[in-house]
Write a protein that binds this ligand. Structure first.
Ligand SMILES: [Zn+2]
Length: 325
């Protein structure tokens, strides 16, 4: 039976809530609830509003930050050296450990693990783009950021705290929604539970309109086993990719990494025997992102949806509304 009918009306334009798209693993269980035969669009909306509680008014603090890096996992990155001049990538992925004031700093093992995962995802994108390009990394080490606000602040913040975390990052890096040269890949230090659930999106929506943001919990990396396939999926959202249901395809069986197809799940550092791929609609959308994939172009051959949907710009505290330049 079709469960798609029960989902949110994608073609009516993604709402900001439904489009802060969640991953097959980290957000998978939650999204699953809204997608099964008995579920409905209502469930998903409820989730998004669930996190919107009382906003604690917290003063402006100057967050402390320090970089901490480990030796690069060279083995994984070598193949991409041929991909082209790195400096042509205007927007690069920046992995960050985000420590709430009452949270713990990441261990060296966690830092190594995150870098290894990002480099693996980078290699996978390279393979899936036919060796022509992949996303670039902003640094060869993880940024470790210490916030002055406690976890309770983030738990109460709207939209799973993505807008407030992004706002802090923009302020810290002295940039703004238009000029940010990063996809902020934020792992919130939380070993207790899945908060914040995995999600990713382009800051300004659309395609090639600037940077992106991904929010996940360290719990997802350390406790759940399919972090890698989820990371690939959330990176896709941060580059402007939508779920395949936006094109009328089934979310459970689509070959796209942007689906919830469980056959794509990685297990720790083991690839899936049947990994997800980019479907033509994904490739078409990635090719539009010249700031992130300057060397990749795509001419569709064969069947492709005529729809070219995109995600809307985010509302970000402390930032003006986005307007195209
Ligand atoms: Zn998603």
């Amino acid at each position: 039976m079709s469960s798609r009918a029960a989902r949110e009306p994608i073609h009516a334009g993604f709402s900001i809530l439904t489009s802060f798209a969640h991953g097959p693993m980290v957000g998978g269980e939650r999204e699953k609830k809204t997608q099964t035969k008995t579920g409905g669009a209502k469930g998903r909306s409820i989730f998004f509003f669930r996190t919107a509680g009382i906003l604690l008014l917290v003063g402006v603090f100057s967050p402390a930050i320090f970089s901490s890096g480990r030796a690069a996992q060279r083995k994984v990155t070598e193949p991409m050296a041929k991909a082209g001049a790195a400096d042509e990538h205007e927007i690069k992925v920046l992995p960050i450990f985000f420590i709430p004031s009452d949270g713990k700093a990441p261990s060296p093992e966690q830092e190594q693990k995150l870098m290894k995962h990002v480099k693996w995802a980078r290699q996978r994108y390279h393979e899936l783009l036919g060796g022509t390009d992949t996303f670039e990394m902003a640094k060869d080490q993880v940024v470790v950021y210490k916030s002055k606000k406690p976890m309770s602040f983030y738990r109460a913040a709207p939209e799973g705290s993505t807008p407030v975390c992004l706002s802090e990052m923009l302020e810290y890096f002295k940039t703004n929604r238009n000029d940010a040269p990063y996809v902020f890949l934020i792992l919130v230090m939380n070993s207790a539970d899945k908060f914040p659930n995995g999600g990713g999106r382009p800051i300004n929506g659309g395609h090639d309109n600037g940077g992106g943001v991904i929010l996940m919990a360290t719990y997802a990396m350390d406790v759940m086993h399919n972090f890698q396939s989820t990371l690939q999926h959330e990176l896709g959202h941060s580059f402007g990719l939508l779920h395949p249901e936006a094109y009328g395809y089934d979310m459970e069986t689509s070959p796209s990494i942007m689906s919830y197809n469980k056959a794509h799940h990685t297990h720790d550092f083991q690839p899936s025997p049947t990994p997800g791929i980019f479907i033509p609609e994904d490739l078409r959308a990635l090719a539009m992102n010249k700031k992130e994939f300057p060397h990749f172009s795509y001419t569709p051959v064969g069947k492709i949806s005529p729809k070219t949907p995109s995600l809307p710009p985010m509302d970000i505290p402390g930032q003006p509304a986005w307007s195209a330049r």
